[in-house]
Design a protein around this ligand. Sequence first.
Ligand code: ADP
Ligand code: 5GP
Length: 203
Amino acid sequence: MKEKGQIFVITAPSGAGKTTIIKNILEKDVGGIGYSISHTTRKPRKGESHGLHYYFVDRENFERMIEAHEFVEWAVVYDQLYGTSISSINRELSSGKDLLMDVDIQGSQEIKRQFPDSLSIFILPPSLDILKERLQKRSPNDKMNIDLRLKKAAEEIQRCRDYDFIIINDDLKKAIKEIEAIIVAQRANKNRRLPLIKKMFRL
Ligand code: ADP
Ligand code: 5GP
């Protein structure tokens, strides 16, 4: 008998470091935590692969999935479509794993509505100047897109108060440790533990 998996939704302005943080957590927490792989119409960046970072699909396929009600949520972000499929969530949760999700603000609101027990974490960069540097380092030839992402970041940061936890990603190791601490602490939360404990001790 296993405890029910916990959903952790991670949201951050683009470039704040959530992909880097999530990758580290998944590598360390071998087996105990899964990742919901989203679908997107945006093109892969250098180093990204289909079925690992995203399912990269064209607009036609994405729209077909919307019509077939295959998404838990989907949104338009920076002029591209992004969505969480029902199957990507179920695959991990049904095997008793916790689940990390990387979605934007619209997606995190929708996940909280549909899964009220989910926990939300907002990652902040140390400053907007450092965010700009990180975006430029990641995609040096994409000035227009960087400007769009920076403009949106300033608005998104205003919303951090709506999240259960706020992490400042200045020192990467410290940020990872803080999120791991949240995950570990949540595994001992009584709401999660009690159903199993009741069975074990006939409470
Ligand atoms: P996001 O997924 O939030 O868009 P990424 O994880 O792709 O952001 O990070 C954006 C860039 O910033 C990457 O080049 C990454 O290596 C770098 N980065 C992430 N966290 C830190 C950090 N704490 N200090 C310095 N650079 C970082
Ligand atoms: P990027 O293009 O940098 O990988 O992601 C851009 C934005 O899309 C980020 O804010 C990321 O969290 C968001 N995103 C990624 N996948 C999903 C998803 O499935 N649903 C929603 N709503 N947003 C997503």
